[in-house]
Design a protein around this ligand. Structure first.
Ligand SMILES: [Zn+2]
Ligand SMILES: [Zn+2]
Ligand SMILES: [Zn+2]
Ligand SMILES: [Zn+2]
Length: 1091
């Protein structure tokens, strides 16, 4: 073949790849029946093909490589022409002996190739462009690999016919053709680039070609261009896991060694590939030898001749249907057929299957129809019929299988729903018992997954069925659960793109497996939560679990979307369809949301309490179910003070500029953070230095790495210095500093910029902490301030060295105040302007070790406090911590929201007005409940109604006392007579009154009345006004948006990096701004990651 012919052949192969594989596969299956030794190869090829087919879009470069794979496979069909499989060739071997090893090797090649392609496809577009030569080389290598195997197959086949070994000339020819083929393909790869890639290639050229990799500025420009395109362009839609990524991440990906990336990808890919292979083998086993199936002859008189099942064949032929039939007609005919048959046979069929035939009736036609009609088109095709009959368990008759879909599936779903509700109940119980360090992760997990799953659990119409029926279906249900569990376990329950397809590992509708998948994942997570009572888990652990549930729920959302467009195409009323489709499974979620609004929350039935035996004992759950090593318990950081006194003198033999520095970075004339301490050591290159550590930055401790360099000394004896702080995974606050080292002062001064947020400022680093502590910000320095500085720092030193009592008291007071103010960054009343200034002013007083020590106390405090991150006090806008208060007055409460308050007396006793004209005032005499524990959405409606009942009864008691002119009851704690308003416990037996003062000081807790109890606020009853219907409707709409936003925030936050620290108010504000990604975008579906 000459070049143009080869080009044409390859292009044709690529364009028709998807269509040409199935017939080849069919032929190969036939060959494998006679020569089972090729099965391994055929299954591997089918697995590779199936996984590729599941991608939303196929890359032509990858298809070109797969086409080579296909060419190799097509040689195996020639085995058909071997006349005698058992014949021993002149070399003394049978064909099997000669080919066995070869086939195994080829199967391995296929798997390896599929993994390399998968790794390549996951790269961001810019990486693909910049590392094209490397990756294209990796792909093209397989042209050679498959050509060699093809040659070996041919040789093995030829030897069976002839005695001649292939001559050397032939092999030589193969080598040169392969080289030519690779060259041609490399050319074609340029044509196969996507428009976006070409755009980037042009940009790279503009910025200086391949040299761009070395040029940091050009790289940043390029990355910014690529990122902008990725978020704005159509690619953002194609990348479901397209979380915004940063420059650092991109740089890492570009630098990453391809071999390492391939190996890393193989970890997950190989599991996925093996599950796929196993599924193929099981499918093959199920497809053959089904008792009673018709033998399909080559000559067919009509479409009915292609039907395997004899009963359906008869129906189809009698009705004279063609390739497809309206599903309704089909089910009617099916029903008539079985009813008639029952009569005709009078007893024959009414043996084993009579029970089943009963369920093939009009009332259940809908679900049977859905089971046959896989694509919900409203028509049933011959293929669909065959798929349906062949997917039944081997020992089940067709009526048995139909009965399963008529009622058994719904019964099974019902059972799983009950189990799921029970697991959630167990989880919520355990949530109050987990170690403080785990609380945040576990609460976030439960709060989000409960919504996503309950949307389905509460939608489906339940059907209990009978014990007898359950036994009939049990074998299938158990086998399915076992199959899914095995797949889950093979993947360690960790979700990756395409997760749900791999677990289902088939083409089936997700309705078939949705509930068992949720159940299995939740069951594993319950075990994790149980362990969280004894061990500190890293947040990754619960976060991964959350993502797994998200992927399953996301797959269901995809299904809902595709059903919607199918219904629309058929001009059906979408809402009505979802009411009935799959027994209403999707009806609540059909608005494309997986969150309940308050209206629906209040309408939910009481939760199913869990049996004690389903709560796993933490001692018997193996730690091996965890995917990450255990986390560290929060401890007081005494070690902060163990750091040896730094040497102020330069280390001998190193540059005088290296060593320890103390200093501040100043924004707006104030130090931005407490004192930084840097230990600069020599880096790899000449004039390079590095440092690593953790420091207090933006209200939490962060790890940083620092890299920098210095230049030749300038005229004034100063040495120019440049360095950069890089913060672990989050690059938001990376800081670049430029300045000069002054040998005389032994200090570094200069300016800083934060490229990602356009902030700038100045910095000073000196050798002795006391030289910088009270130093004024350089921008405000003048003679007077310099003088002040001298006095303050001298005084400070004198006092410290004398250990004066005043000094010690002041120091303790300052630090306590610093902690108080810092904690309010997380919850509680927001800092006022003055308090903000005060906090900044405290920074200079803190030594590095102090900051570390007190920060450890802060994180312990935070982990032990319930922080109600998702609500704000409607009066003071703060995030409540420790306890929260909810108004239950019907005037304030509407279908979607409540008035929430923090427990500050001024908030409780205030009237709250709203900007929205249609929202009623909240008055301090409204009924309210208060909790000192985290409450989950599942329980809010119930807590509300219990509180309301308790309040009514207490009010009754009090008015009776007044009527009888009897004294008011006593506070159980301080024994004084209470006056209104006061509190009363909802859970304690009898009416347990607590005076306002005891409650505020949290004195009322004892052995019986605990922080798990809800209390109500008792006050004089006021007048009330009822909302009009319109007012209510408006409120519903407004507040619905808020609920969604809240969950989006939650998910957004949960999917970002650093999880070891609680949320700050700043995080929440940031999340509120960046709400662009809806929940489902986090859900992995098999596709190439773009950008
Ligand atoms: Zn408040
Ligand atoms: Zn109110
Ligand atoms: Zn009291
Ligand atoms: Zn109580």
């Amino acid at each position: 073949m000459d070049t143009p012919q080869i080009v044409e052949a390859i292009q044709k192969g690529v364009n028709t790849f998807m269509e040409t594989v199935p017939p080849l596969m069919k032929a190969l299956d036939e060959v494998a029946k006679v020569y089972p030794f090729i099965s391994a190869t055929v299954v591997a090829f089918r697995a590779a093909y199936t996984l590729e087919k599941k991608r939303r879009e196929n890359d032509k470069r990858v298809l070109a490589i797969y086409n080579e794979m296909k060419d190799m496979m097509s040689i195996l069909v020639r085995l058909n022409s071997v006349s005698d499989p058992g014949q021993i060739a002149p070399d003394g071997l049978t064909i099997e002996e000669r080919m066995q090893k070869l086939c195994e090797a080829a199967a391995e090649d296929i798997k390896h190739c599929a993994n390399v392609c998968d790794t390549y496809l996951k790269k961001k577009v810019l990486t693909k462009v910049l590392t094209a030569p490397t990756w294209e080389g990796k792909l093209l290598r397989f042209v050679g690999v498959f050509a060699k195997r093809r040659e070996e197959f041919e040789l093995a086949l030829a030897t069976s016919h002839t005695t001649i070994d292939a001559d050397a000339a032939d092999l030589h020819e193969v080598v040169s053709t392969t080289c030519l083929r690779m060259d041609i393909m490399l050319q074609l790869f340029q044509d196969y680039a996507t428009p976006r890639e070409r755009e980037l290639v042009a940009m790279v050229k503009k910025l200086g070609g391949s040299g761009v990799l070395e040029n940091e500025q050009a790289m940043e420009e390029l990355a910014a261009y690529a990122l902008a395109g990725a978020h704005a362009g159509p690619e953002s839609r194609q990348a479901p896991q397209g979380r915004p990524f940063g420059f650092v991440e991109l740089q890492q990906e570009i630098k990453c060694d391809p071999e390492e990336a391939i190996e890393k990808n193989a970890e997950f890919f190989n599991r996925k590939f093996d599950i796929q292979r196993r599924q193929i083998v099981e499918d093959i086993a199920r497809a053959v030898n089904r008792e009673g199936d018709r033998i399909i002859s080559v000559v067919t008189a009509g479409p009915h001749d292609r039907i395997f099942d004899p009963d359906i064949y008869k129906i189809w032929r009698e009705m004279g249907w063609r390739g497809s039939v309206k599903s309704r007609h089909f089910i009617m005919a099916l029903k008539d057929y079985y009813v008639e048959k029952a009569v005709e046979d009078s007893g024959l069929l009414i043996g084993e299957d009579s029970w089943a035939v009963k369920y093939i009736n009009i009332g259940r036609a809908r679900t049977i129809m859905e089971a046959f009609d896989d694509d919900a088109s409203g028509f049933i095709t011959v293929n669909e019929v065959n798929n349906f009959t062949r997917s039944r368990p081997l020992d089940w008759s067709l009526p048995h299988w139909i009965a399963y879909w008529a009622i058994g599936w719904q019964m099974t779903c019902t059972t799983y729903c009950v189990k799921i509700e029970e697991i959630f109940d167990a989880m919520i119980r355990l949530a109050y018992e987990v170690l403080p360090e785990n609380r945040r992760g576990v609460n976030l997990y439960i709060a989000s997954t409960w919504h996503m799953i309950t949307v389905f659990v509460q939608s489906i119409k339940r059907e209990k069925g009978t014990e007898d029926l359950r036994t009939k279906f049990e074998s299938h249900v158990t086998a399915e659960e076992a199959r899914l569990r095995r797949n889950f376990e093979d993947l360690n329950y960790i979700s990756q793109p395409g997760f749900h397809q791999i677990i289902i590992a088939g083409e089936g509708r997700i309705e078939m497996t949705l509930f068992p998948m949720f159940y299995l994942a939740l069951k594993r997570d319950l075990e994790k939560i149980s362990l969280a009572r004894k061990h500190v888990l890293t947040d990754h652990e619960t976060y991964e679990s959350l993502v797994t549930i998200l992927s399953i729920a996301g797959a269901a959302l995809d299904r809902i979307n595709s059903l919607r467009s199918i219904f629309e195409q058929q001009s059906l009323e979408v809402k009505d369809q979802f009411e009935i489709f799959a027994k209403g499974l999707y009806k609540i979620s059909s608005v494309n949301e997986l969150v309940f609004d308050g209206n629906k929350l209040r309408g939910l039935p009481d939760p199913i309490p869990c049996r004690n035996e389903i709560i796993p004992d933490p001692d018997s759950v193996p730690l091996s179910i965890l995917n990450h090593p255990l986390g560290k318990a929060h401890e007081i950081n005494f070690a902060a003070y163990d750091i040896p006194e730094p040497t102020l003198q330069p280390v001998e033999g190193t540059h005088p500029m290296l060593g320890v520095y103390y200093g501040f970075i100043y924004h707006y004339r104030q130090p931005a953070d407490p004192m930084l301490k840097l230990t600069l050591t020599a880096g790899e290159g000449n004039r390079e230095f590095v440092a690593t550590g953790r420091h207090y930055r933006g209200s939490r401790y962060r790890s940083y790495t620092l890299t920098g360099n210095w230049g030749a000394s300038s005229e004034g004896g100063k040495i120019p210095v440049e360095f950069k702080f890089t913060y672990s995974t989050k690059d938001w606050a990376n800081t670049e500093l430029k300045g000069a080292y002054d040998c005389d002062e032994n200090s570094i001064r200069g300016t800083m910029v934060m490229p990602n947020c356009q902030r700038s400022g100045v910095f000073i680093f000196k050798r002795d902490p006391d030289f910088v502590r009270f130093y004024p910000a350089p921008s405000v320095i003048n003679a007077r301030r310099r003088w002040e500085f001298a006095i303050t720092s001298v005084l400070d030193r004198v006092r410290r060295e004398a250990w004066s009592a005043r000094y010690i008291v002041k120091r303790l007071k300052d630090r306590k105040r610093w902690m108080e103010l810092t904690i309010r960054e997380y919850y509680g009343r927001n800092l006022t302007r003055d308090e903000g200034k005060e906090l900044y002013a405290l920074f200079p007083g803190l030594y590095e070790a102090d900051a570390q020590f007190y920060a450890s106390l802060i994180s312990i405090h935070l982990s032990k406090t319930n922080i109600f991150n998702l609500i704000e006090c409607d009066k003071c806008d703060s995030i409540p911590g420790g306890s929260r208060i909810v108004c239950i007055d019907p005037d304030c409460r509407n279908e979607t929201t409540t008035v929430d308050l923090c427990s500050e007396p001024e908030c409780i006793n205030s009237t709250v007005t709203f900007e929205e004209a249609d929202r009623k005032k909240h008055l301090p005499n409204h009924g309210m409940f208060k909790v000192h524990r985290m409450i989950f959405d599942r329980d809010t409606a119930r807590i509300e109604s219990l509180a309301k009942d308790a309040l009514d009864s207490v009010r009754g008691t009090i008015s009776q006392l007044k009527k009888d002119q009897k004294p008011m009851p006593e506070c159980t704690r301080c024994k004084t007579t209470v006056s209104l308003p006061c509190w009363c416990c909802v859970e304690c037996t009898g009416e347990r009154f607590i005076c306002d003062d005891c409650e505020h000081k949290q004195l009322a807790f004892d052995g019986t009345h605990t922080k798990m109890h809800t209390i109500v606020r008792v006050s004089e009853k006021g007048d009330k006004k009822v909302f009009t219907m319109e007012e209510r409707m408006r409120l519903v709409e407004d507040e619905l948006a808020k609920v969604r936003e809240t969950l989006a925030k939650l998910v957004e936050k949960s999917t970002q990096g650093s999880q070891s620290e609680p949320l700050t108010k700043g995080d929440l504000r940031a999340a509120a701004i960046g709400l662009s990604e809806p929940t489902q975008s986090e859900v992995g579906t098999e596709t190439t990651e773009s950008a």
